[in-house]
Structures are given as structure tokens and as C-alpha cells.
Write a new protein. Structure first.
Length: 639
């Protein structure tokens, strides 16, 4: 979530190379070697911390912006990427420059690269050593290396040699390895480095060939060890600046939002904190990442207890500001169990389609053992299933709900109840009831507890044909995450035949970022977008191409887009979409399957005659009777 307009730094460092600062030596010989990444299968950059791997890669990518020899796809590995799904999601986000909608497969990546031929595509994976011994994640990299088409290439950089078939590819002249010997400064590069930084020539000759240490020593005017040089650099800084650096050293990135949380009202900015400090990477958008060597130098600069207290307080402030991910990170480092619990619960109130299974795995990895074994851990275990079998996910949420109730964890109980209601809404409205427990939690002010019975009452009123009461019940959807509330309101207004009440305009479909699926549906039902333009937009939506993800979402998207295809006479496209949707309809609820059944009937109307379409609609009515108010797919059939 973005706070006060600030751009989330995590995504910037993850999917984009760092900004190249002043005083860098352009390492022509190594950039030339990397230029060949678009001609060979594999390029490995392996060296210890401080050899300038990331800076070199950033230089090569920057050069390619001008030469356009191919497309660079940048991904910086984080610990969460030890989960194969998280790694695949990151690679997909980098390749598509947007979220795909859900998790992907290696085949999806390969197909996308192949579709860009003859343009070459190089995946640049930085900090690959963070994957450690996670063989599942490395299996993804190995499979990608093996399956990439001729226009696909791989660059892997890290502190150790990656577990890839490098020797075999070297023998076939399909690989290059850039190691510590190659990365060390040559005498000429040291001279250029000294000139660029205004270092006395006599000192420049004595600088070490280790790039990061050369940076530290040039800043301190000393030829001592890294730790000593760090002392010299830090000694020249104000105490508060050093304290803030030390507090931020273990965090993913430093930006104004984090600095304000660490030092509220102090007036310090992220730029102030890193001013005059070497070994800092900037993302060009106001966020900074401290090099591992600098982080090591800062270790112990703040008492451990003081650091934990400061990070815990920052986590609370970040949570209050709506920066849930940052709050989770700070609270986890601080060992603040309560704030970590609240931040994870708040994050999980977002719409299901905004939280991928890799997100869930990463959250579970943040939990200390006691929380992992608590109801919040059971909730995350259930959430791992929501991209697959809806029935299995519901069963696990019911079990987690019972555990939360028994152990007095009201927040997790309410969260489980909300997800159970959502899944039952997709399957069988007859199982939706308002329990006394729902109202009891709502009366105690538990987050989401008020929205759940409001949602159920709206659906039950719809079943009675009382649309006025169904609309009125939505007024109580007031304790959900704003994004969740907006999405839920849009869904209900569409289902209640009030798409004109959805605050969305056609211009929103062409704004930067992913399309708001539900707002787009409302605009379509209002008749404000011509069918040919609707097809052009809908055909590019995540899930249409067949990528894996939340099954009910994928079935819904393909079913709806099939209807848009029929509106412009693209019956073949509609059939193909319905076939892909049908492949997983046994894993979704009846109301979601209904889209496919109705779509088949409309295809029959195009391919055969009205009798065939009538038979198809009869089958649909057997699945979900019309009742006193039609289910959503019937409304779409009318459109």
C-alpha cells in the first residue's frame, strides 16, 4: 500500500536496477563481456560481497537502454524467493512490468519470451545467493535455463557459483563466468576511480582493487580495514544520522515513510540519512538500500534492546499509516509479536486477488514459532489453498476459525469468517447465514466482523427479491480494508443490477496499472464501452492467456471475456476461453461454474440455433435456479 503518495521501495529495488550515482568508473571491459548476454545462454557473475556485481549489472542495463540490443528483465532476489511460487511471481512481474494477476509457471515465462522473438530477452537475477540451498527455487532457475527459446538468456549474479550446469555450457561456448579476479579493479580503473572521486593520486595508487573497500577508503582517506574505514566515515556524521542508519540497516529499503516512522517529527528525510555515506544504492524514486558491507559496519552501533524498541515503535506507526508490509518487516525484526500479528491480519483483509500464495508463504516465514503454531498460522495454511480447490480452502478456514474461537483470537476468527462467507457466496448461497457470533464480534468492534453479517444480509435480501434492503445492508460495510470495501461494493452493486451506481469511468480502463476488473464489468453493463473496444481491453486481462492462479477468478475472467468476444462475433475466441475455464470448473463453486454454462448456451446460439441455446439455458437453471432475482451470469447473458 502506498502511503502519502510515496512509491513502495520494495518493488523498485526488486524489479529495477539501482540508480547509478556520481563518481562511478565505467568498467568498459566488463560491460563489453556482459553485452554478450544477448548472444549466449548463460552469464554468471560470482564474487563475494563488495566486488561491485550489482553496480556492474546496472551499468550494463543502462548501456542497453541506449543500444537496445535486447530487453533486460531485472529481478533482485529476496529471502521470500526461496519459495518457488514467489520466485516465479517475481520473474513474471519483472517480465510483464505489471502483476500477472496470480502465480505463473515456467512454461508461461517461456511462452512470453518466445512471443517476443526475434527480440532477445535476458533475465538478470541479482543476489541469487540468497536462494541458498532452496532446491525448489533453483529448480525453477534450472528449468528456465533449459526451456528458454533461442531469444531467451539468463544472467545470474551472486556471492557463490550457482547450482547450474555452467561447466557444460562453458564447454559448448554457451556461457561466460565473471569472477572475483575479473571484477577486481585494474590499475587503470583505480586511477580513473581516484580521479572521479577527487582522491589524491598517491592515495589512489594504494587503494585496494576490491571496489567496495576502495569506496570506503576513498571516503575516509585511509588504507585500513573495512571496519576501521567505516569507523572513520561514521565518525564524521551526526550521531542521529548514524543511529538512523543503524536502525535501518537490517531493513529492505530506506525511504521517507520509514524514516518518519523511526524518527517521527524529526524532519529527517531518507536523503538526509544517506547523505555523505558510501555504499548506498538509490532507486531514483527516493528510496535507498544499504550495501551489506556498510550494514556490517553499522552492526552494534545501536544497543540491541534499543534497536528492537525503536523498530517495534516504527512498526506500530507504519501500521497506523497503512504501510502494512513495512510494518510486518519492522515488527518481525523487532520481535514484536503483537504488532506483527495485527499487521499480518490487516494485510490479509485485502481482496483475495491482491494476495498471492507466494505472499502468504512469505508471511508465514516471518512468523516466530509461537505465532506459526497459533490460529494466524492456521489461517495462512488455509490461505495457501485459495488459488486451488475452493472446497478444500473453505474446510481449512472453518478449522482455523474454530481454533481462533477456542483460543480467543477474535481478529483471526473474524478474518476466517469473512473468507468462509466469500467462498460460500461463490458456491451456494443457501449456506449463507448470519450467526449470533458474527453480531457478537461486530459489537466488540473486531475488524471485518461488522462487514461480514452486512454482506450476508445483503445477499439474503437479494434472494428474497428485496433489492432495497439488499442495497441498504451495504451501508454497514464500513470496517473492511478500503480496497476490499470498494471491491465488495462494486460486486454487490453489479449483482443487484445497479452498475450505474459504481463510481467508475471508461477513462479508468486506460490508466496506468492493472485494470480494475469489477469496475470494468460495471462499465460494460452500463453500455458505455463499444463491444470492439471492450474486447480489446478484456483480451489483455490477466488470466485470459491461461496463466495459473485463483481458480474461481480465472474461470470468472475467461467466462466474462468470452461474452465480450461473442458481442463482437469472435465465436472461436469465446469457445477457446470457455474450454480453458471448463478445465477447472470442478474446483469452483456453482455460481462461478454458471458463467461457463451460460456462455456455452450463447455459443450454441451462434453455432446452432435457438433450440440448442434454450437447452443450454435449461441446464444452467438446473444448476442455479432463477429465483426471485437472477444470479450474475444471467445478468451478463442479458447484456
Amino acid at each position: 500500500m502506498t502511503v502519502s503518495g510515496a512509491r513502495p521501495s520494495r518493488a523498485a529495488f526488486r524489479h529495477d536496477p539501482p540508480e547509478l550515482g556520481a563518481g562511478l568508473v565505467v568498467r568498459g571491459r566488463l560491460v563489453a563481456a556482459l553485452r554478450g548476454r544477448f548472444e549466449r545462454r548463460l552469464t554468471v557473475v560470482a564474487a563475494g560481497a563488495g566486488f561491485g556485481k550489482t553496480t556492474l549489472l546496472a551499468q550494463a542495463v543502462a548501456e542497453n537502454h541506449m543500444e537496445q540490443a535486447g530487453t533486460d528483465v531485472w529481478l533482485r532476489v529476496t529471502p521470500a524467493d526461496r519459495d518457488p511460487g514467489h520466485l516465479l511471481a517475481g520473474l513474471t512481474r519483472s517480465l510483464l512490468s505489471a502483476d500477472s494477476g496470480r502465480s505463473t509457471t515456467v512454461d508461461d515465462l517461456v511462452e512470453e519470451v518466445w512471443s517476443r522473438a526475434p527480440t532477445s530477452v535476458a533475465f538478470v537475477i541479482d543476489d541469487a545467493h540468497v536462494l541458498g540451498d532452496a532446491d525448489g527455487a533453483w529448480a525453477v532457475v534450472r528449468e528456465l535455463l533449459d526451456l528458454l527459446p533461442a531469444n531467451g538468456h539468463l544472467v545470474v549474479a551472486g556471492r557463490t557459483e550457482p547450482p547450474l550446469p555452467t561447466s557444460r555450457l562453458l564447454a559448448a561456448d554457451e556461457a561466460v563466468v565473471i569472477d572475483e579476479a575479473a571484477l577486481a579493479f585494474t590499475p587503470d580503473e583505480l586511477g580513473a576511480f581516484g580521479t572521479a572521486r577527487g582522491v589524491d593520486p598517491a592515495l589512489a595508487e594504494k587503494l585496494p582493487p576490491w571496489p567496495a573497500l576502495a569506496v570506503l577508503q576513498s571516503a575516509a582517506g585511509s588504507t585500513a580495514s573495512a571496519a576501521f574505514v567505516g569507523d572513520e566515515v561514521l565518525a564524521a556524521l551526526p550521531d542521529e544520522q548514524v543511529r538512523l542508519l543503524a536502525l535501518a540497516a537490517g531493513l529492505d529499503a530506506l525511504d521517507d515513510v520509514l524514516v518518519e516512522a523511526l524518527a517521527p517529527g524529526s524532519g529527517w528525510t531518507a536523503a538526509d540519512v544517506v547523505r555523505g555515506v558510501p555504499l548506498v544504492q538509490a532507486d531514483g524514486q527516493g528510496a535507498y538500500r544499504l550495501h551489506g558491507l556498510l550494514a556490517a559496519v553499522l552492526d552494534g552501533r545501536v544497543d540491541a534492546a534499543e534497536r528492537s524498541a525503536a523498530l517495534a515503535a516504527a512498526g506500530v506507526r507504519l501500521l497506523a499509516a497503512g504501510a502494512d508490509r513495512r510494518a510486518i518487516e519492522a515488527a518481525a525484526l523487532a520481535g514484536d509479536r503483537a504488532t506483527l500479528h495485527r499487521a499480518i491480519c490487516r494485510f490479509l483483509t485485502r481482496p483475495i486477488r491482491r494476495i498471492s500464495v507466494p505472499d502468504v508463504v512469505a508471511l508465514a516465514d516471518r512468523l516466530p514459532p509461537d505465532l506459526r503454531a497459533a490460529p494466524i498460522g492456521a489461517f495462512l495454511d488455509a490461505a495457501r489453498q485459495w488459488e486451488g480447490d475452493n472446497a478444500r480452502a473453505e474446510q481449512l478456514f472453518v478449522e482455523a476459525e474454530a481454533r481462533a474461537r477456542a483460543e480467543g483470537d477474535d481478529e483471526v476468527e473474524a478474518l476466517c469468517t469473512w473468507r468462509i462467507v466469500q467462498l460460500r457466496y461463490l458456491d451456494d448461497h443457501d449456506r449463507l447465514v448470519v450467526e449470533a457470533r458474527h453480531d457478537e464480534l461486530a459489537a466488540r468492534g473486531v475488524p471485518l466482523a461488522r462487514s461480514t453479517p452486512a454482506f450476508v444480509r445483503s445477499v439474503l435480501a437479494q434472494r428474497r427479491g428485496d433489492i432495497t434492503a439488499a442495497l441498504a445492508a451495504l451501508d454497514d460495510l464500513d470496517d473492511a480494508d478500503p480496497e476490499q470495501r470498494r471491491e465488495t461494493m462494486t460486486v454487490r452493486l453489479v449483482d443487484l443490477g445497479r452498475p450505474e451506481a459504481v463510481p467508475a469511468a471508461i477513462e479508468d480502463l486506460f490508466s496506468p496499472g492493472s485494470v480494475d476488473l469489477f469496475a470494468a464489468q460495471a462499465i460494460w453493463l452500463r453500455g458505455e464501452i463499444p463491444p470492439d473496444l471492450a474486447w480489446a481491453v478484456a483480451g489483455s486481462l490477466p488470466g485470459v492467456a491461461g496463466r495459473a492462479g485463483v481458480q474461481h477468478e480465472q474461470v470468472s475472467i475467461r467466462g466474462l471475456v468470452a461474452l465480450a468476444a461473442l458481442a463482437v462475433g469472435r465465436t472461436d475466441d469465446a469457445e477457446a476461453l470457455l474450454d480453458r475455464a471448463r478445465a477447472v470448473t470442478d474446483l469452483v463453486g456453482a455460481h462461478v461454474r454458471l458463467l461457463v454454462t451460460v456462455g456455452d448456451a450463447l455459443v450454441a446460439l451462434q453455432r446452432e440455433d435457438e433450440d440448442a441455446a434454450r437447452d443450454g439455458l435449461r441446464r444452467a437453471l438446473e444448476e442455479v435456479p432463477l429465483g426471485l432475482w437472477p444470479a450474475r451470469p444471467y445478468l451478463y447473458a442479458l447484456a
